[in-house]
Design a protein around this ligand. Structure first.
Ligand code: CMP
Length: 153
């Protein structure tokens, strides 16, 4: 099980680097590392589809994902943001209603660490900075505005 131990320590290293997890003690991070599943995606794969039901939380281990959202039926999904290594998504469907609020697709090859609802609720769900939606923070609004300037030029 040597490779299992190496994986476990790689997972721990990534989990420790996630800003939102800074307040989690080592033993909780270690439990998270024990229960997570590693998943792999290719360019344009849907990791999450808006409107689907879901009960998993994702942390990006490698690569980048794109978040898009269809604001109304018959409209094309709008680009919201990109997320990269150490960032997470999929928390919305784990609070209250279990419906996915946006699409998340792979930009190139992506590896995610996936945590099921029960482990999320027990180990991570109580964190304020996971509960408060980071994409509504002023920092993220500024980031989105900066990105929209970049993308429109
Ligand atoms: P969930 O609704 O479970 O699945 C889609 C995910 O996309 C969602 O959780 C959030 O993690 C993420 N998401 C939704 N809206 C935004 C947004 N405006 N900006 C960044 N990420 C978002």
């Amino acid at each position: 099980m040597r490779s299992g131990l190496i994986k476990q320590s790689q997972y721990m290293e990534l989990l420790r680097s996630v800003p939102s997890f800074q307040s989690l003690p080592e033993d909780v991070l270690s439990k998270v590392a024990d229960v997570l599943e590693e998943t792999h995606y290719r360019e344009s794969d849907y990791i999450i589809r808006q409107g689907a039901t879901g009960d998993t939380f994702f942390i990006i281990s490698q690569g980048q994902v794109k978040v898009t959202q269809q604001k109304s039926p018959n409209e094309e999904p709008e680009f919201l943001t990109t997320l990269t290594r150490g960032e997470w998504f999929g928390e919305q469907a784990l609070k209250g209603e279990d419906v996915r609020t946006a699409n998340v697709t792979a930009v190139g090859r992506v590896t995610c660490l996936v945590i099921d609802r029960e482990s999320f609720v027990h180990l991570i769900g109580g964190l304020d900075n996971v509960n408060s939606q980071p994409f509504e923070s002023s920092e993220n609004t500024a980031r989105l505005e900066a990105q929209s300037v970049l993308f429109s030029s």
